[in-house]
Design a protein around this ligand. Structure first.
Ligand SMILES: Nc1nc2c(ncn2[C@@H]2O[C@H](COP(=O)(O)OP(=O)(O)OP(=O)(O)O)[C@@H](O)[C@H]2O)c(=O)[nH]1
Ligand SMILES: [Mg+2]
Length: 514
């Protein structure tokens, strides 16, 4: 390696190789989240990732990374060999004294006066093709300091790498056929899953369950196509109509059932991905904010005896039994001329509609007006499945003094005192049961994203065309055309047949470093 003090000539020596395509160039990014934590992980991936790493690395063994075996770990330093005079270099001896380390471990690692140690790190060397991206990869574990991280990235860029774009590592894994597109997307889902169920499903997707079903659909379509095409050649018109129609219809029906099963629970699937929303609604002063605070275990919402204290929806989330629960306190329901408050009430209805579970809070210390009762009936009727009625302030009334309302029948009713913490644990249990019931509805083993849902819906529509078209006496040529189009759609889903633009859309949603 030629050394020089001149910045420009260094960049010329280590200029990025022009013979590599964009996807072969070496990229670098921080893979761990920014913020506090002891260590950070940077990943270099590309054809000459190991050579580039060698330009910043000084192994304590005194050897180079490129002379090492694949899948080995090495202790060493990140060195800036471009330090100009002014800054004195840190000697290994001085460093060892500083770190109270015996010199022996670092003996081979001589640092010249033109070099500066940036950090003590571990290098994980992995040669292609057995790596996540399928390319030569070096992972650097350094101390988690912003300046160190920036400096390492800067040095790598000066040595010929470039900063990775969002999702670029995963894109390369896809391009190098390490994973298909569905699996690439599953990585994103695994990272962002907010419930254990969502995590399990995206994990199995990552391991190829949805891809497996898609390849079965593909095989079935290929069969259908060859079947139709063979029929052109070998059979006369009459023979075809008798048996072939039925076979093609049956097979298309069966395929359609599979795609419908997969897509039918798309909206519930989205809910479990993002966590469970629990909205708290009811009249003013019923104790909604007090209940909200009791459930989220912190004094998050303001509680007063003034009606209409909460004017906007307030949210607080927590992890419980493997699920992310988002509690939403809402403005009390009442007829009001106050525009701000009216908007708040409208929002309570929107929240109830969006929620997976709605806690309808009743204040038994006062009788509901006719209008209020009507609002309660409306909500309970509309969302019966996801409602839990919570009679609050039971510390103030006896059982017999609790007003009787029609909407209390055929609904799950619990009595609590949010203020005194009575019945809260029981309520938490009932919420948990409701979540489990919600998850049970989710028979499909898959968690689709919007793109997959859209492609599967298009597949379903095309199958519909075949199934219904046949009954009206459709031409074989047209069916063959439809099946070919279907095959293309399936390839679009798994990524066998995708445009660069589609890939950009998929991977653009990833974070840098993934
Ligand atoms: N005795 C008793 N009082 C309660 C209980 N829960 C809430 N309160 C009181 O009821 C009043 C209203 O409580 P909030 O939690 O602010 O009621 P809210 O439903 O959020 O009211 P708005 O935001 O105005 O719609 C306060 O004075 C609370 O201390 C309870 O379990 N028992
Ligand atoms: Mg309130």
């Amino acid at each position: 390696m030629t050394k020089t003090h001149d910045n420009n000539s260094i960049s010329t020596i280590y200029n990025r190789r022009t013979d590599l395509t964009d996807d072969q160039e070496t990229i670098i990014a921080l893979c761990t989240p920014r913020g506090s934590g002891a260590i950070a992980l940077l990943r270099l991936s590309g054809d000459n990732a190991i050579d580039i790493a060698d330009r910043l690395a000084k192994l304590s063994s005194g050897l180079t990374l490129s002379s090492q075996l694949s899948h080995t770990i090495h202790h060493g330093f990140i060195i800036d060999s471009n330090v100009i005079g002014a800054r004195p270099a840190v000697s290994v001896e001085a460093l060892c004294e500083d770190w109270k380390e015996p010199l022996g471990r670092l003996e081979g690692c001589a640092v010249s006066s033109q070099e500066k140690i940036i950090d003590e790190v571990m290098f994980l060397l992995m040669r292609a093709p057995k790596t996540f991206t399928g390319q030569n990869t070096v992972e650097i574990t350094c101390h988690n300091n912003q300046f160190i991280i920036e400096k390492i990235i800067d040095l790598a860029v000066r040595a010929g790498a470039r900063s990775a774009k969002p999702g670029e590592f995963t894109k390369r894994a896809f391009l190098n056929q390490k994973i298909d597109l569905v699996q690439a997307e599953a990585i994103q889902e695994v990272i962002h899953a907010q419930t254990e169920l969502a995590l399990n499903k995206s994990m199995s997707q990552l391991h190829g369950t949805l891809s497996h079903v898609m390849s079965k659909i593909e095989a079935e379509l290929v069969y259908l196509l060859s079947f139709i095409e063979a029929s052109f050649e070998f059979l006369d018109e009459e023979q075809r109509d008798l048996d072939f129609n039925k076979i093609i219809l049956d097979r298309s029906h069966a395929l359609q059932k599979i795609t419908r099963d997969i897509t039918s629970q798309f909206s519930v699937q989205q809910q479990i991905k993002e966590g469970i929303r629990v909205a708290i609604v009811g009249i003013v002063n019923a104790g909604k904010s007090t209940l909200f605070n009791a459930l989220v275990k912190q004094n998050r919402a303001i509680v007063t005896n003034i009606e209409g204290t909460t004017r906007d929806s307030i949210e607080a989330g927590m992890y419980k039994a493997g699920n992310f629960l988002l509690f939403i306190d809402t403005a009390g329901l009442r007829l009001t001329d106050d525009i701000v408050e009216q908007q708040g009430i409208e929002r309570s209805f929107i929240q109830a509609a969006k929620a997976d579970i709605v806690l309808v809070v009743v204040d038994p210390t006062r009788i509901l007006t006719d209008t209020e009762r009507h609002e309660y009936e409306k909500i309970v009727e509309q969302y019966r499945e996801k409602i839990i009625v919570v009679i609050n302030k039971i510390d103030e009334v006896t059982d017999t003094a609790i007003p009787v309302y029609n909407f209390l029948t055929n609904t799950q009713v619990l009595k609590v005192s949010a203020h005194h913490g009575i019945g809260i644990e029981d309520l938490e249990k009932v919420i948990e049961e409701k979540i489990q019931a919600l998850f049970k509805q989710l028979q499909s083993p898959f968690l689709l994203n919007q793109r997959q849902y859209q492609v599967l819906t298009e597949i379903d529509q095309r199958l519909d065309f075949i199934v219904n078209g046949y009954q009206g006496g459709i031409h074989y040529e047209l069916v063959a055309y439809q099946v070919k189009e279907l095959l293309e759609k399936v390839s679009e889903l798994t990524g066998k047949n995708v445009t660069e633009q589609m890939l950009d859309t998929v991977f653009g949603t990833f974070c840098v470093g993934k």
